[in-house]
Design a protein around this ligand. Structure first.
Ligand code: HEC
Ligand code: HEC
Length: 336
């Protein structure tokens, strides 16, 4: 079969299908059949027919392209390397725009050989765990925030990413120089809004899950926060300040958060507010997890005790009354 594009660009060569029934039977040639329908065999006047068939063809081409984007293995289109870089790397790396969470990747292939880089990109954890000295050094320079293992990043793609990084490094200004991050000073309103967003009192516009379902902060109400993710009280410091935390939140690259926020990105205004809140909390100390666990235990214990006493009170009463009737009945019988 000819590639779709060829078939679309050679309208003269449609298949000789005559009746709609015949066409319906040619399932494997659906697109060609659609095309034929567009070319029409109806006995309308020539210019009108030409005009109609042109617009129908245009419409059909649109439908076909739309269908192709769905039918084509999703990967083929998403594999486009610059897009992949934009979606998966830009939240932590720039090319020539300075470090974010991770190092600036400009000229990285001159700092370290390709084989090592490919290996590292495909499985950063394994390389770090192997005790490799260079990996330890760049990990330390990133304040011990490790690069996550990224979905779909195999050797082949890593090679293509390095080609891209190499080419972009040569440009006077790379398209991956950096993200548009708000420079406005933070206000009290920003900080309050950030807290409200964190707590889920204000919903995330794109529908992502509220941070509190997995995280805590120093001022999260007792028992309020989730435990899946770390406490974020000092995250401003940990992720190296405003620029890199904002970039990080534009596309959270961790294994747990990536799948959630990829399709529900946190909006720029929300990032601004959250960052204001994180900055303000930077000097606080995180909620003591041990103390929290004690609170949790004590609350649980108090609840259990209350329950036991409550049930006891109810049952004692019921038990007495049942026994009383039994005793009464027995003594009545005894008297007879
Ligand atoms: C969540 C943040 C994050 C994401 C997302 C991320 N990286 Fe990294 N990357 C890091 C950090 C941090 C380091 C430094 C080493 C370490 O701490 O593990 C690093 C190191 C690297 C290095 C070695 C840099 C050097 O100076 O030798 C390369 C190359 C690299 N990353 C490429 C990529 C590519 C390509 C992507 C996207 C497919 C990507 N990274 C996605 C955080 C990230
Ligand atoms: C479904 C659970 C979940 C939700 C919801 C969630 N996170 Fe996370 N987050 C995690 C986990 C788990 C980690 C730790 C890294 C990992 O394993 O993915 C994390 C890590 C982070 C980090 C990096 C912390 C560090 O020290 O490296 C930041 C920042 C962060 N989350 C911010 C947020 C914000 C802001 C929100 C709300 C908009 C949010 N998260 C919502 C689960 C979640």
């Amino acid at each position: 079969m000819k590639p779709l594009s060829r078939r679309l660009s050679s309208p003269k060569r449609h298949l000789p299908l005559k009746t709609p029934l015949q066409r319906a039977h040619r399932r494997d040639h659906t697109l060609s059949a659609l095309w034929d329908l567009g070319c029409g065999g109806s006995p309308a006047s020539a210019p009108a027919r030409r005009q109609r068939s042109f617009s129908v063809r245009l419409g059909l081409a649109g439908v076909a392209i739309w269908a192709a984007t769905w039918i084509w293995p999703a990967g083929v289109l998403a594999q486009d390397t610059p897009d992949y870089f934009r979606q998966n790397c830009m939240n932590c790396h720039t090319i020539g725009g300075g470090r974010l969470t991770g190092p600036d990747l400009k000229d990285v292939t001159q700092r370290k050989d390709r084989a090592w880089l490919v290996n590292f990109m495909v499985n950063p954890k394994a390389v770090i765990d192997s005790g490799d000295a260079y990996a330890r050094k760049i990990l330390e320079e990133s304040r011990n925030v490790p690069m996550p293992t990224l979905p779909g990043l195999n050797k082949d793609r890593a090679e293509r990413l390095l080609d891209l990084i190499e080419a972009e490094s040569k440009l006077p200004e790379s398209q991956f120089k950096g993200l548009q991050i708000s420079q406005e000073p933070f206000t009290d309103a920003d900080r309050q809004r950030g807290r409200a967003i964190f707590l889920g009192h204000v919903r995330l516009e794109a529908g992502g899950a509220a941070c509190i379902s997995c995280h805590t902060m120093h001022d999260t109400p007792a028992l309020g926060g989730g435990r899946l993710g770390p406490d974020l009280t000092n995250v401003f410091e940990r992720l190296k300040g405003r620029k890199s935390i904002s970039a990080w939140l534009m596309a959270p690259g961790t294994e747990t958060m990536l799948p959630i926020f990829k399709n529900h990105p946190i909006r720029a205004a929300e990032i601004h507010a959250l960052t204001a809140y994180f900055e303000a909390s930077a000097s606080e100390s995180p909620a003591e997890p041990a103390a929290d666990r004690v609170t949790f235990l004590l609350t649980g214990l108090a609840g259990a005790v209350a329950l036991v006493f409550g049930l006891d009170a109810i049952w004692k009463h019921r038990f007495h009354s049942v026994r009383r009737t039994l005793v009464d009945q027995a003594s009545m019988r005894g008297r007879r």
